[in-house]
Structures are given as C-alpha cells and as structure tokens.
Ligand binder design. Structure first.
Ligand SMILES: [Zn+2]
Length: 332
C-alpha cells in the first residue's frame, strides 16, 4: 500500500471477490470495500486435501462462483483478492509450497484465478493478508506500525510498517519458523524448535496426545473430554482440560504460550510497533492468553517498550483473511 487504501473517492459499490485457501478450509465472499463489509454469504468448504492442488483449486472456484451468485451484484465485482495458506513467490503470482495440500509447488495461482473469473487477481500468503485485514478493518488503522501474529493450525503473521505491508524480499513475517528452542521438537520444516513446533494447534494437540498416552492420571479432564482416546485430542480440548486444572495440560499450555510470549517480546524489541495483534484459532481461548501469555509479555518486555506498545487480540473472528485478501487488490 503506498499510503493507505483510498476509500474516500468511491461512490456506490466497490466490490471485490475474496478467496481464502486454508489448509483445512476454503472460504469465499464478496467484500464491499466502501461499505467495509462482506456482502451476502461467506461460502465455506472443507479443503479436499486428498484431491491435491487441482481439486482444491476447482473447489475454490466453485466457492467463488457461489459467492458471486449470492451477493446479488456479480457484474459489479471488479477484482479478486487471494489469501493462500503457504509461501508465495516474490512477485506474488505463484505458490511456492503448501504444507497441507500436495502439488501446489510452482502453480501460477494468481493467473489461474484471473482466468477463471475473468478479473484482475492479487495474491499473498495468509499471514500478510490477515495483517492487512486486521490493520484496516480491525480497528487499528490509526497506527502506522502493526505486527500481526497468528496461531491456529500453524503459526505465522505479517508486518505493517509505515502503513504498508513489509515483505522483505517476499517471505518476511514467517514467525512460525522463528526458532524458540534449538533442542525443541521436530518442525514441519525439518528443523527443531520453531515456534510452530511448540505453539500451534498441531503442537499443542501432539503434546496433549502424548500426555494422555503416557500418564493419563496427570490429565483426567483431558481423558474425559477425549473419551480416553489420544486420537480425539485437539488443542481446544487441551485448553479446556487446562481450565479444569489438569496438571499436564497446564504445563503444556504454559510452555506453549511462554514461547509465544518470547517471540512477541523479541518482535517488539526489534521493530518498535505501536500494536501487536494476536489472531488465529488459539486466541479464541483468550482467557488462557490472559493467564499464561500477557503476564509473561509484560514481565519480559524491555522497560523502554512498556506502555509504548499495545498487545491486543483480533476482534474479526477469522474474517481478517477474507477482508485482507480483498484489500490486496487495492495495493499500488
Ligand atoms: Zn519450522
């Protein structure tokens, strides 16, 4: 973004189709950038992981067509914005990789979408799209510098510096692979101890499964919530068991959110943002963040930054991805 999205010079509708390619779900909606709202329904589908990139693309095109049909203004839609759950090329036309769905490497997704809908298409990874959406639509546009940190199935985020996305040479903001413990667990990237291997939906679920399998007496609430079945354990169940007082689950959650707090403290020290916004599925258990994350951030934050940088959480309930994808079409 050169300065900020120019939303003042438009009258009537300013409609963009937004597509969100997630590792577990696909979503499409038409966004009215002037009215600052989603028009019509958000169309969602489970990502058809077994069908690879080709099947996923076809399913998403179908979602997009449905969203257009249901918005009532399909002929007025001017562009398509795409959020992709994985790294994209520096020119943001090709996918580099998906860790969840096979065969995405090198797919020219922006041009595929442009061809499918007959409209110009802009694309970026989900961390950058969400950072943009959060900054503009999440009540933070008065700030010039924002960092968005997302923890959901995986972990990631993005930087808004000087009122625009900062991408480095294309891959800036890959917070999920910031190493928090060199001797830590195996990460999906092949290394050890990345944030994502310690604090993400899959990492917390893994630790919960292990606790249940190795010592179910240390996690009676988790045993009850999962029917004593390690395969049924997910991060939400570990959080709930933590609330109910399971010692093993409290250790897991404390350790995961402590690592996330260290990342955030270091990001603040390195970048001096005005606000850090925490988003993604794990933050829906914000009570856990208030207990195990915010106190560590405040305790560990360098004194220079205390009271200078806010740490808050997203209020967009997952819509930051679609809203941010729509804003990608407005970048100059
Ligand atoms: Zn990694």
């Amino acid at each position: 973004m050169e300065s900020k999205p120019d939303l003042s010079q438009r009258d009537g509708h300013d409609l963009v189709l937004a597509l969100d390619f997630g590792g577990t779900k696909l979503a499409a909606a038409v966004v009215d950038l002037s009215a600052e709202e989603i028009v019509g329904a958000i169309i969602k589908k489970t990502t058809p992981v077994a069908e690879g990139a080709k099947g996923t693309l076809a399913a998403m095109i179908d979602c997009g067509q449905q969203a257009l049909a249901e918005c009532g203004f399909a002929t007025e839609v001017q562009a398509v914005g795409v959020s992709f759950g994985g790294p994209v090329s520096t020119d943001r036309r090709q996918v580099l990789r998906s860790n969840h769905v096979a065969d995405w490497d090198g797919i020219p997704l922006a041009d595929e979408i442009k061809g499918a809908f007959g409209l110009p298409a802009a694309m970026d990874n989900d961390g950058n799209a969400a950072a943009l959406g959060e900054w503009w639509f999440g009540g933070h546009r008065q700030f010039d510098n924002l960092i968005y940190v997302q923890t959901s199935t995986g972990a990631g985020g993005g930087f808004i510096f000087g009122r625009k996305l900062y991408r480095g040479s294309g891959l800036a903001g890959e917070f999920g692979h910031y190493i928090v413990d060199v001797n830590g667990p195996q990460c999906s990237c092949g290394r050890r101890g990345c944030l994502e291997s310690v604090c993400s939906g899959w990492a917390i679920a893994r630790d919960g499964r292990r606790a249940l399998a190795e010592d179910s007496a240390s996690c009676p609430a988790l045993a009850q919530l999962s029917g004593n079945n390690p395969a049924a354990v997910n991060a939400a169940a570990v959080f709930e068991a933590c609330r109910k007082g399971d010692p093993a689950c409290q250790t897991i959650v404390r350790s995961a959110l402590n690592a996330l707090a260290m990342l955030v403290v270091n990001l603040i020290t390195l970048n001096d943002p005005q606000v850090v916004v925490m988003g993604g599925g794990l933050t829906r258990s914000w009570d856990m963040f208030e207990r195990f994350f915010l106190p560590v951030v405040q305790e560990q934050m360098h004194p220079f930054f205390r009271g200078r940088c806010q740490v808050s959480h997203s209020v967009l309930n997952g819509k930051e991805l679609l809203l941010g994808a729509a804003l990608l079409t407005q970048e100059k």
